[in-house]
Each structure stands twice: as C-alpha cells, then as structure tokens.
Design a protein around this ligand. Structure first.
Ligand SMILES: CC(C)(COP(=O)(O)OP(=O)(O)OC[C@H]1O[C@@H](n2cnc3c(N)ncnc32)[C@H](O)[C@@H]1OP(=O)(O)O)[C@@H](O)C(=O)NCCC(=O)NCCS
Length: 167
C-alpha cells in the first residue's frame, strides 16, 4: 500500500506481551502462514538465550507486531527469523518493522547470515522479504505438514551482513 512511512520502534518482549503475541499469531487469516506455539513453548523460548523476542511499536506507541529470532548462539553466526507477524497486516507496518528487525539483528548480534523459511503460497510475505533484500536460496519441497495433513513447500531465503543496507 502507498502512504507515509510508519515510524516503528523496537523493544524486547516481556512476559506480559504473551497475550498480544499469541492473539496475533492466532488470527484466522494467518493460519496457513505462520506457526502457533503454546504459552509454555513461548515461555521456554523467551527464557532461552538462543531466542530473542522483539515487539514492534507502531503509531500511538502500541504493540503492532512481533518477531521471534532463533539460533542467536549459532556457531556459524546464522540467525533465523522464526516468526514475524504484523497484527494488522497489509497496512504498511510490516516493511518498516522488518527493516527495524534486520537492523537490530546486524547491529546487536554477530549475525553473518539472517535466514528464514516462507511458505511458497504466501506471496505477500515473499514480496516483503524480497523487497528488503532477502535472496531466494532454494525450495524446501513438501517441508511442512499442515494441520489438515497436506504438505506445503517453503522457500529458504537469506540476507548476508554485506548485503545489509547495500544500495
Ligand atoms: C508478512 C507480514 C509480516 C508483512 O507485514 P505487512 O504489515 O502486511 O506489510 P506491509 O503492509 O508493510 O507491506 C505489504 C507489501 O506486500 C504487498 N502485497 C500485499 N499483498 C500481496 C500479494 N498477494 N502478493 C504480493 N505482494 C503483496 C503490498 O503491496 C506491500 O508491498 P509494497 O509496500 O511494496 O507495495 C504480514 O503480512 C503478516 O503478518 N502476515 C501474516 C503472517 C505471515 O505471513 N508472516 C510471515 C511468515 S514467513
């Protein structure tokens, strides 16, 4: 969508943010696009040094999205985007939010390769990733079994440190 860029600030999530996170990932429209974890699984990940939970604060200083990063201590400095959700998708928040997440990853960690997997039938997310510089690396064929038992393909994508903020 066109329009003025939205200002996004990031903060680390706190346990109190779990209600927002779990409601956002459980939106019916996102069912085939992102995973949903139980409160126990989120709590364990939040408490682990291998994960980072970031909240994107949008207009009015309210939470408008979240991102979960994994493998923060990966020996090869490959950090994964486990999940990103924009609570009100398609309204211009996700691109500045992911831009802020990318900046956080490369500024705050030793990350060399920031990687993610996206379902091939999620064209909006694929567009957002491509437009922010992620490169498609390969198809993960029938990689995920969905709740209905059907298998879905994912695309592996990554952004390297040297590509961060590259013109
Ligand atoms: C992916 C996600 C985080 C992006 O955030 P967002 O707030 O929707 O993103 P924005 O509104 O800033 O930008 C959306 C972009 O996708 C484009 N877009 C929308 N629908 C599209 C479609 N069907 N195909 C291709 N592009 C599409 C928009 O035109 C816009 O691009 P532009 O700014 O270059 O014109 C958000 O859509 C989301 O949470 N989706 C559900 C969960 C999900 O899919 N997470 C990612 C899993 S890998």
């Amino acid at each position: 969508m066109a329009g003025p860029a939205i200002d996004v600030s990031l903060r680390r999530a706190a346990p109190d943010d779990l209600d927002f996170i779990m409601a956002a990932e459980r939106q019916p429209a996102f069912e085939r696009q992102v995973g949903r974890w139980s409160a126990e699984r989120h709590q364990a990940a939040m408490a682990s040094a291998d994960f980072a939970y970031l909240i994107g604060m949008g207009p009015g200083g309210l939470p408008a999205g979240f991102a979960i990063l994994r493998d923060l201590n990966n020996a090869s400095d490959n950090i994964g985007l486990q999940r990103i959700v924009s609570a009100a998708a398609g309204q211009g928040f996700g691109k500045p939010f992911l831009t802020a997440v990318i900046d956080w990853v490369f500024a705050e960690t030793r990350c060399h390769r920031f990687l993610l997997e996206v379902f091939t039938d999620n064209p909006r997310a694929r567009h957002v990733y491509r437009s922010l510089g992620f490169v498609e690396e390969g198809l993960l064929r029938e990689a995920v079994k969905r709740a209905d038992g059907a298998r879905a393909d994912q695309m592996l994508m990554s952004l390297l440190r040297r590509e961060w903020r590259a013109p």
